[in-house]
Design a protein around this ligand. Sequence first.
Ligand SMILES: Nc1nc2c(ncn2[C@@H]2O[C@H](COP(=O)(O)OP(=O)(O)OP(=O)(O)O)[C@@H](O)[C@H]2O)c(=O)[nH]1
Ligand SMILES: [Mg+2]
Length: 198
Amino acid sequence: MLKIKQAVYSGTFVSLDQLPPGELPEIALVGRSNVGKSSLINKLVNRKNLAKSSSTPGKTRTINYYLINEEWYMVDLPGYGYAKVPKTEREKWGKMIESYLHNRPQLRGVIQLVDIRHAPNENDRLMKEWLQNCDIPILIVATKADKVSRGARQKNLTIIKKGLGLIELPMCFSAATGEGISELAGSISEIINPAEEK
Ligand SMILES: Nc1nc2c(ncn2[C@@H]2O[C@H](COP(=O)(O)OP(=O)(O)OP(=O)(O)O)[C@@H](O)[C@H]2O)c(=O)[nH]1
Ligand SMILES: [Mg+2]
């Protein structure tokens, strides 16, 4: 089981050639702007403000690294598809995210977040397809689970499953209640230390 003993902010980067050197494994978070990427990091490491979270979408415009247990990095990528960000800038981020996901040998797995309240959109679908072609473990997580009733939950998860063409229902997560945290930690652990987990 993944135990987070230490989490340290280790830098903000705007271009790929600045990223930390070395061979520590990395897990990256992708998802629409405002889906809850930074909040998920904070919940996972049990720190309120390690990753800056905001109700203003488009907050994270950079690649942010967090070193966990001095063993691996959690990488917070800029959210995609935020309409109010100028198109040229959106395209620039898109290229940066794509290039990171494609050209980073340290990358071991990607967590793609979708908001449990919304059906996946074209950007979510493209990201999922694209990740699938990268041949890397992908974990799909439905965020903000506290925002839907128990009854709506199953229905929404099925919509996400269909929308993204998944074989199973996505994992549920809430940064507000902590629901899903141990399942998430378990899955991350399997990605980081495949040999140790059973
Ligand atoms: N109720 C509830 N609110 C959440 C949850 N996760 C995130 N939020 C809220 O959603 C908003 C956006 O969360 P962030 O974590 O900043 O989202 P992000 O994906 O990092 O956004 P960008 O950095 O803009 O791409 C904030 O107001 C959070 O408090 C959750 O699980 N439950
Ligand atoms: Mg963020």
